[in-house]
Design a protein around this ligand. Sequence first.
Ligand code: NAP
Length: 319
Amino acid sequence: MTQHVKVLIAGSGPAGLTAAVYAARAQLRPVVVEGEPSSTGDQPGGQLMLTTDVENYPGFPDGILGPELMTAMRSQAARFGADIVTRKVTKVRFDSSPFGVWTSDAATREPDYEAEVVIIATGARALMLGVPGEDRLLGYGVSTCATCDGFFFRGQHIAVVGGGDSALEEALFLTRFASKVTVVHRRDRLRASRIMQERAFSHPGVEFLWTQQVAEVLGNGKVTGVRLRHSTTGEERELPVTGLFVAIGHRPNTAVFHGQVELDQQGYIVTREGTATSVNGVFACGDVQDEIYRQAVTAAGSGCMAAIDAERWLEARGS
Ligand code: NAP
């Protein structure tokens, strides 16, 4: 049976749960469709569930584990009355109001929810290499975020894989901490913009290994190196490093929103005037609409904005 709700929040990372705290405290009784664990790395709580120490989220002078932070945010949202359901949004209909939202266990033609407002906070995922050792050592030397984890690699030799702007940005940032940063790229020329290339080439702390693929991440409990394979000859060698930053791109989790709301060329939701999307009454926050900052704290901030925007939008409509 279709449940009618005022506010439905899709996603349960820092953006979705902050939106939930604000919407719940504003008596909007939000439903949070938090997602479901899947073999492709999806999980309620988002990307912070895949990190270890978070040292840059304000309020935790000694740092906090990513999963602990997300559990705390979830409890906080639940305490104010957010209804958190462990399902995944599988289909939406935004062409008429109230909006239709179908979730994973829906075998019906009718939507599970009809919502006056939808807040999209489904996040983004870092693309991964899919090589042995990568999953096992994620958070133990394998990282997808230099801003988050670079600090842990002071004085160490680390590798960055990728040849785009993200990889060079990560590499340059990491030179603040690392003794040496080796960029491993699968081709003999970079995809990155010229200015980023110039910066990286002229930095004494960055070196390049060309036409090399990471074939395996090595280490027991923590990264001790990577096995590299030459892209054309197949010749293999080991590079001893204590960290591997995977920077081969991100993909926003917007597959179910295609054709329903405006996306940019990369698939991110286009927001304007705060968190408004191309559909009146649909708001977006966090990494699903942000390919620049991608931080827990900026996601949380935009989640707060989305809830306030939603509340004002409902108020203006007299709902
Ligand atoms: P990107 O431009 O798509 O580059 C991805 C890089 O990863 C490419 O060099 C690609 O190699 C490599 N790659 C992809 N899959 C791989 C795999 N399985 N194994 C090894 N290497 C792999 O992604 P991005 O760097 O994240 O940038 C995305 C967008 O954001 C771009 O438009 C970029 O300009 C923008 N951006 C801008 C800035 C900035 O201006 N400061 C910073 C970050 C991102 P190939 O080259 O061989 O395909």
